[in-house]
Design a protein around this ligand. Structure first.
Ligand code: SF4
Length: 69
């Protein structure tokens, strides 16, 4: 995965069970409700790799890597 991507979450689809921050704890935090807190910026190449793993780990398909426009 190259850099220049942002990680976004569909808050409606998210069920808050934490597979994403369990998979990428250095990149994704969580709040008191168990909802993910994502970096609000473009990701570096290494971060994008971790983000891709989190996207694949989400059973609700709530996470998306969006390329820079
Ligand atoms: S794994 Fe998906 S559904 Fe679960 S908290 Fe993360 S974004 Fe939400």
């Amino acid at each position: 995965m190259s850099d220049g991507h942002r990680l976004v979450v569909d808050r409606v689809a998210c069920a808050g069970h934490g597979m994403c921050y369990g998979t990428a704890p250095d990149l994704i935090d969580c709040d008191e409700q168990g909802d993910p807190i994502l970096p609000d910026r473009m990701l570096t190449g290494a971060e994008a790799d971790a983000a891709e793993a989190a996207v694949l780990a989400c059973p609700e398909r709530a996470l998306t890597l969006v390329p820079a426009s």
